[in-house]
Design a protein around this ligand. Structure first.
Ligand code: SF4
Length: 302
């Protein structure tokens, strides 16, 4: 049975926010069309319609955390795309977090490129000045072809524009790259174009995730019909290596493989410095016979 969750219920958060105070701001996703994504389509036993919570309810939650002494923790403003909410509303929430909760080291949220492009530079500056430190945005792929097939709602150029806009405002940017999203057919394009877009943006951080097919997604149907061919674990690692190899010399991002869907755990505080070591480590995984024969994870929960 699938439960329809109210917008106050938090469905997902980034692994890096596992020990943060989570405050629901929006419910669901205002897009909800990406073919690989089942987050709000029932994969966690819940569906959730897109909604913006009433401001008073969010402020009450902040009061509650402040009264219970949840000071000194990072704060994650939850929901699929909180940046879809009006800037004035978000500024009030972020300022209230900063007012009521002491020593908050970081305020963050998910963002969608389409929503960022709808905001003016001035609005993004207001969010940065209120105290929004970082947004997590799904690039998924730098290939416009793959983004179109997956119905991401953006092409490579609009991703670049949104990414640069965020960084220009002073907000840090963490991008997600999804290994295997082009399937076997578009793997080469995925690698080449993703390296190009990452080079253009030079995000603060980029993180690798690996495509994990979920039964309630349209992509699952494509795979069942034979229209989408999944990569093996070792092919996903090769994609990652080739993306890192393809980055321009100017890229200084932090890089993380910090998700359960990944086939190895790796990180760099500056890929410009660590590039050779990163590639060497990936090569050691790629050449490991145990990894070569590893089956796909096929996770049912993440
Ligand atoms: S990947 Fe993000 S934007 Fe796309 S449907 Fe899922 S939550 Fe929405």
């Amino acid at each position: 049975m699938v439960f329809k969750a109210p917008p106050s219920q938090i469905v997902i958060r980034p692994p890096v926010e596992a020990y943060s105070v989570l405050i629901a701001v929006t419910g669901g996703c205002n897009w909800n069309r990406c073919r690989f994504c089942g987050t709000y389509k029932g994969i966690y036993g819940t569906t959730q319609d897109y909604d913006i919570r009433p401001l008073e309810d969010v402020l009450k939650d902040i009061d509650l955390y402040a009264e219970k002494n949840y000071h000194g923790y990072p704060v994650f403003l939850a929901g699929g795309n909180p940046t879809s909410a009006p800037t004035e509303y978000l500024v009030k929430i972020i300022e209230y977090v900063r007012l009521r909760m002491k020593n908050v080291p970081r305020v963050s949220c998910y963002a969608k490129a389409l929503d960022i492009l709808r905001k003016t530079d001035e609005e993004l500056l207001q969010l940065a000045e209120a105290g929004l430190d970082i947004v997590y945005m799904g690039l998924e792929s730098g290939s416009s072809k793959i983004l179109r097939i997956m119905q991401k709602g953006n092409n490579a150029e609009s991703m670049i524009k949104a990414g640069k806009k965020i960084l220009k405002s002073g907000i840090n940017l963490s991008l997600y790259v999804m290994l295997g999203l082009g399937g076997k057919k578009f793997s080469e394009d995925h690698v080449k174009e993703t390296a190009r877009v990452l080079t253009e943006i030079n995000p603060t951080i980029f993180r690798f995730r690996t495509l994990n097919l979920m039964p309630n997604t349209p992509l699952w149907e494509d795979w069942k019909n034979g229209d989408f061919e999944l990569l093996s674990p070792v092919e996903c690692l090769i994609e990652e290596r080739e993306i890192i190899k393809g980055l321009g010399e100017t890229v200084t991002s932090q890089v993380f493989n910090d998700h359960i869907s990944n086939y190895c755990s790796l990180e760099s505080s500056n890929i410009k410095i660590d590039r050779a070591a990163f590639i060497n480590t990936l090569n050691s995984y790629i050449n490991d016979p145990k990894i070569k024969n590893l089956p796909r994870k096929n996770l049912t929960r993440m």
